[in-house]
Design a protein around this ligand. Structure first.
Ligand code: SF4
Length: 692
């Protein structure tokens, strides 16, 4: 038997971007392990990807191109040849492009995080076509915007420092489920005596294992950060030297936070003044002692109206107390801007037809936008959608509208997929894509500082093809003859990072493929001596850019679109806040169809506090209907104080077709956007719950 070990990288939308070792026996991948030599993977994988072979060889894998024969959404298809599939697509796109190529929309996100199978050949194709651009906002754009106004770029504390911290605030995230390798280091810090505090409306698996859990109401994190700053300044727990040398706008900030005494903050957040004061004191005192006070700030908290501002406010904290001085201090939201990605070479925006104004569609409002008619303001009606690396029917907000849009008979929809997802059911042409084991890719990360290579471990299954190959073949049929459309995947990967940037010392694709990873040349403590990549070079408590963009230039509080406090009229019929964070065994909507993982997760359930359940006559195990004016769905109630009073939690994202009522939590989420970054507000939702 011929056995080889192939170096690969996890492609999923997870900060950990693990280094994989794939065991291949006679051309069949038999096991996937975490590489013990990769410093952050450290030989461990999450339960999802440890079963990657189960997913790759799943009996439901799409192995041939297909065309729809039933109604849209019915999921009835018949096998066709690649030639027929590609000819059909090219003919439809050409006919639309003659009228107006902006009527064609790509729809993609992080189904793979690979720089090659993500947005390289696909982006070149749509740029050359002159298609509408997609504003890829669905996950992190609000927080990214708030962070960048304050810090300058998504650069932060190195994961490899967390075990040295003395105080760790896990704010708006559940690393046990979605950032496992950071959690391993947090555990080590705990063993060494660090204190862990979770700030989260829900007592998640992670919050349960922290020393303290502050269960604030969703959408109020910005107020908590303002209250912390009030106490820090009032009690003189700040670093005057760091503030003077490396920050901008302290006097104005000081005045602003006077408006946010703990009593006011407690009322807004639904917590006690003692919790706020104690949190601020521990945070300030740890930094003052010269010990690592670090915040793992995650994207959960920015999926609300004021999400961008909330991240901005929290990002001010380390500079206020001088926590950046310590390598195990500061904050990590994402480190993705540490990577010198060469997007120009990968995506070739220069291919866009000269003289045409591109139109941009926000992926978070796809439900509304698919239902819009042509107008001078909107441009042409969307006539064709090409979906890859995404499952908007399950994932996009306000699902009833998304389904209505995808069901349009006059919409031509192409879906590249591994499985027949909720979205694939609406395809006119369904194309089988390769999984990570079957293609080449190169990865940056957003939770560590390693460039990662993915070698193809096995040949493509059935007639599956890499995304790059599909767009290469389509480009040829469209008559696109620029040399970039003939580039191999290896040639694309070799352009992924800009070697002239000092952070990527000697980026060499062939060497990376051999070794599997290479660390960037990042300083241990990125802002110990300031040097923030903002216009002022300082951490900006006051931001002229925000003022110019129409925002309050100082940290402030923007209430949720929907909360009992901010919208009392809506709160009468719909008095419960709902959030739908990731279930441990799923990764967004990926892995939901892997039976062993779905069995572990059980069935869709809603966590509701005993007091909220009692007034509704709901008992543990009852089937309940969750509803608001946008829609409704059914889950099984779990009566538990993991959900704080006034909050219900539906761990997600279930495939709609695998739920008993064919629906999921996005039936009730809204298409309203965040304050900045044009992001979705998945966790800014009021509902009512009743026995089904
Ligand atoms: S999903 Fe995350 S933790 Fe799991 S293997 Fe991939 S990168 Fe690692």
């Amino acid at each position: 038997m011929n056995t080889t070990i192939v170096r690969a990288a996890c492609p999923h939308d997870c900060p950990d971007t693990c280094a994989l070792l794939v065991t291949v026996k006679d051309g069949v991948a038999t096991q996937v392990h975490g590489d013990p030599d990769h410093p952050t993977t450290a030989g461990a994988l999450c339960t999802k990807v440890a079963r990657y072979t189960e997913r790759t060889y799943h009996p439901d894998r799409l192995l041939h191109p297909m065309k729809r024969i039933g109604k849209k959404g019915e999921g009835k298809f018949v096998r066709i040849s690649w030639d027929e599939a590609l000819d059909t697509i090219a003919a439809r796109l050409k006919a639309i492009a003659v009228r107006d190529p902006r009527a064609i929309l790509p729809y993609s996100y992080a189904g793979t995080m690979g720089l090659v199978q993500g947005e390289s050949m696909a982006a070149r194709f749509f740029h050359r076509l002159g298609a509408s651009l997609l504003d890829r906002t669905i996950c992190a754009s609000a927080g990214g915007a708030g962070y960048k106004y304050t810090i300058g770029a998504r650069i932060g504390t190195d994961i490899e420092q967390f075990q040295n911290a003395r105080l760790i605030l896990i704010w708006g995230g559940n690393p046990i489920a979605s950032n496992l390798h950071l959690w391993m280091r947090v555990q080590e810090a705990k063993r060494r005596g660090a204190k862990l505090i979770a700030i989260d409306p829900y007592r998640s698996l992670t919050a349960d294992k922290c020393h303290q859990h502050i269960a604030l109401m969703p959408g109020t994190d910005a107020a908590l950060a303002l209250g912390m700053m009030h106490v820090l300044i009032r009690e003189d727990l700040i670093d005057y030297d760091y503030i003077a040398r490396h920050t901008l706008g302290f006097e104005a900030l000081k005045e602003r936070v006077q408006e946010w005494p703990p009593e006011r903050v407690a009322q807004v957040c639904g917590i006690t003044t003692q919790e706020i004061e104690q949190l601020a004191r521990e945070y300030g005192a740890t930094a003052r002692r010269g010990e690592g006070a670090v915040i793992r700030l995650n994207y959960g908290l920015q999926r609300v109206h004021g999400g961008g501002m909330a991240v901005r406010n929290i990002a001010c904290l380390p500079a206020l107390v001088g926590a950046w001085r310590h390598a195990a201090g500061g904050v990590q939201l994402s480190v993705s801007d540490s990577f010198p990605k060469n997007s120009q070479a990968l995506q070739r925006p220069d291919l866009m037809p000269a003289g045409r104004a591109p139109r941009t569609i926000n992926m978070s409002t796809i439900g509304n936008d698919l239902l819009r008619e042509a107008s001078p303001e909107f441009g042409p009606k969307i006539e064709a959608l090409v979906v890859y690396n995404a499952n908007p029917l399950a994932v996009a907000p306000e699902s009833p509208k998304v389904a209505q849009g995808f069901a349009r008979e006059d919409l031509f929809t192409v879906v590249l997929e591994h499985f027949q997802t909720d979205t694939a059911d609406f395809a006119d042409i369904l194309l089988p894509a390769t999984t990570q084991l079957e293609h080449v890719d190169v990865h940056a990360a957003y939770g560590h500082h390693y460039m990662m290579a993915n070698n193809a471990a096995i040949a493509p299954l059935g007639e599956a093809r890499p995304n790059t190959e599909i767009f290469r073949l389509l480009a040829a049929r469209m008559g696109f003859d620029e040399p970039c459309f003939a580039e191999s995947d290896d040639a694309i990967a070799a352009q992924a990072f800009d070697s002239r940037n000092v952070r990527a010392i000697h980026f060499d694709w062939d060497a990376l493929k051999q070794k599997g990873w290479q660390k960037l040349n990042m300083p241990e403590a990125p802002f110990a001596d300031g040097g923030f990549p903002t216009p002022s070079g300082k951490c900006e408590f006051y931001s002229e850019r925000m003022k110019a963009d129409g925002f309050d230039p100082l940290p402030s509080y923007i209430p949720p679109h929907e909360s009992v406090a901010s919208s009392p009229e809506l709160g009468k019929p719909y008095p419960l806040a709902m959030i739908s964070p990731p279930a441990r065994n799923f990764l967004n909507s990926t892995f939901v169809n892997v039976k062993s993982l779905r069995d572990t997760e059980g069935e869709p359930h809603l966590d509701i506090h005993p007091a909220d359940a009692a007034v509704r006559g709901i008992h543990d195990g009852d089937r309940v209907r969750i509803h608001n004016e946008r829609g409704s769905f059914v889950m099984k109630a779990r009566v538990t104080d993991k959900a704080r009073p006034g909050l219900v939690v539906g761990l997600s994202i279930w495939w709609k077709k695998l739920a008993s009522d064919g629906k999921n939590a996005n039936e009730v989420t809204s298409q309203r956007l965040t304050d900045m970054g044009r992001g979705p507000t998945f966790y800014d939702v009021l509902v009512q719950v009743e026995k089904a």
